[in-house]
Design a protein around this ligand. Structure first.
Ligand code: ADP
Length: 539
């Protein structure tokens, strides 16, 4: 028998409408590319979002259109999240750190109709626009006074004179709302297409799971970019719960973050370990933490025990979280339950070095090579699979990737290797996917290898991750020379530079007579990683 309750579609626009009504004075503060600090509220933002939505419609934007952004964390980017999804179009956030090739692939694959760009990234657009879909309208996210020369629309002019309310349409909650590409292990990036339903559910799940930060009056700094899985969902969970957002713009170094955090009394700051290393340096230099700083959410890569110890011993609670683009992204969070809160620091750190426990709505399983479930005993390690309403059911228009992504029970394979203990704490122990994560950004080892293999003096090669203090991991290229002789390192680098962004290039090249193989004859990256674990990369 079916129940008889109303069924209203979950809709992203309702979050901001709610925030404008119930948390009208909660703030959005942004360090702008124009150089100043901009302040607004959820109530004011709701009006501008309505204006922007009308402006988009005037430009011909319609349901299902992919509308891209290439921008830092700031209020205009936030407005785009709501205006685009509000009219039923898809907000496609592009990572500006990608190589020209990857970016062109993404814009073309998504078939974007409009692109909103911060002034900082206009040169990227200038350089690539001729290779992008014809008719792509480019809007620069600034006012008339700061507009560059060229064939661009002006963001503030789109809003000018438009009504400050919008009758947000209803559509099925499965309607696509956001699109975010993540690195493929082989070849091209893969898109996760979020729905209104998954986004609203995720906002509620995260709000419930991290109540210390996500509540009225709390001020949150998303250092994690809006182009990285929707800044871990903060543009949705913050307004939903009444927390304020402090957007740092482009300056993400330790001193800039410290200053902003103190000025704006940031309580909770979210980002990857590399960013917090910079902040740690500034805390050391000043001999104190920024006033009001009480909570840091660390994810994207494993939080080192030393970092957890540092913050915890300075009175800052560490929440070590794990997730993925394909999971909206939050899967687990590491805040301790109340009864463990008084443990001595070293015991807290031991637990917090694990990636935490699942949030409601995300199921976890670990399996052996044959897909058999492994016990949650904290010892058995296996590949981690996930299931839930905020997890992708298939990459955007990518049948090849989808064929490999799910097991026969329909669970999504994360490519991470983990243990889960009897209390539910997840511990990521290794990575099955052939990727390197540097400063929170992916580098595909296979893509680098394929390019290097084209050199006539290379018989075989492998790219592996080597631990790095600042960037977490950096790529090392291991080359087996062909009988023609040893290639020059400079030649190999020149070859790679044609296809990759500078930060994606290997830090070093070493030569070997042969590569170690697994039982099935594949190159054993595990053996190589062990062999070169202590390799000193040049500074
Ligand atoms: P994110 O924006 O969260 O970094 P990605 O999709 O780019 O999302 O990366 C997800 C992957 O990053 C995970 O599958 C895992 O390999 C790695 N990762 C994320 N968080 C952690 C963590 N806390 N510890 C270890 N690895 C992590």
């Amino acid at each position: 028998m079916l129940g008889s309750m109303m069924m209203r579609p979950l809709k992203i626009a309702d979050i901001l409408t709610f925030a404008a009504e119930v948390h009208p004075t909660a703030e959005i503060v942004s360090v702008r590319t124009e150089g100043d600090v901009h302040r607004t509220t959820y109530a004011e933002t709701a009006k501008r979002v309505a204006q922007l939505a009308h402006g988009l419609e005037k430009q011909g934007a319609k349901m299902g259109d992919r509308i891209a952004t290439l921008a830092w964390n700031g209020y205009r980017h936030f407005e785009l999240y709501y205006a685009i999804s509000g009219i039923g179009a898809v907000c496609h956030t592009i990572n500006p750190r990608l190589s020209a090739e990857q970016m062109t692939y993404i814009v073309t694959h998504a078939n974007d109709t409009m692109l909103f760009v911060d002034t900082t990234f206009v040169p990227i657009v200038d350089g690539l626009r001729s290779q992008w879909p014809e008719g792509l309208k480019v809007v620069v996210m600034t006012d008339r006074a700061h507009m560059p020369e060229g064939d661009y629309l002006c963001y503030e002019e789109l809003l000018e004179g438009q009504p400050e309310t919008h009758d947000w349409p209803d559509f099925p909650e499965e309607t696509a709302a956001g699109l975010c590409y993540t690195s493929g292990t082989t070849g091209n990036p893969k898109g996760t297409l979020y729905t209104h339903r998954s986004t609203v559910l995720h906002a509620m799940m995260v709000g419930l799971s991290l109540p210390a930060a996500l509540q009225p009056g709390k001020r949150i700094l998303p250092v994690v970019p809006l182009f990285h899985v929707n800044a871990w969902g903060l543009p949705y969970s913050a307004p939903l719960t009444g927390a304020s957002l402090i957007f740092p713009g482009a300056a993400l170094d330790g001193p800039s973050l410290f200053k902003l955090m103190e000025q704006e009394r940031v309580f909770s700051a979210w980002g990857v370990p590399t960013v917090w290393l910079g902040l740690q340096g500034e805390i050391e230099a000043q001999g104190r933490v920024p006033e009001g700083f009480g909570d840091v959410v660390i994810g994207g890569s494993a939080a080192p025990a030393s970092m957890i110890t540092y913050f915890e011993s300075h009175g800052v609670n560490v929440c070590h979280a794990w997730g993925m683009t394909e999971m909206s992204p939050v899967g687990t969070q590491g805040n301790l339950p109340d009864h463990l809160d008084d443990l001595p620091v070293d015991e807290r750190v031991a637990i917090k070095s694990k990636q935490g426990r699942r949030v409601f709505g995300v199921e976890l399983k670990i399996v052996d090579e044959d897909g058999n479930r492994l016990p949650h005993d904290g010892v058995a390690a296996g590949e981690l699979y996930v299931r839930g309403n905020t997890i992708t059911s298939g990459y955007f228009q990518n049948d090849d990737a989808n064929a490999e992504a799910f097991d026969n029970e329909g669970w999504f394979g994360t490519g991470d290797v983990a243990t889960i203990d009897r209390h539910g704490y997840l511990n990521i122990t290794d990575r099955a996917k052939d990727l390197i994560k540097s400063g929170g950004e992916w580098i595909s080892s296979l893509d680098l290898e394929n390019t290097v293999m084209a050199h006539p003096k290379v018989a075989n090669c492998a790219v592996i991750a080597v631990p790095h203090e600042k960037w977490d991991e950096r790529p090392l290229l291991v080359v087996v020379p062909s009988p023609e002789g040893r290639p020059e390192v400079a030649e190999l680098m020149a070859l790679l530079e044609e296809h990759f962004a500078k930060w994606q290039l290997p830090d070093d090249v070493v030569f070997a007579d042969a590569l170690p193989l697994t039982a099935t004859g594949k190159v054993s990256k595990l053996t190589l990683r062990k062999t070169y674990a202590d390799h000193r990369l040049p500074d």
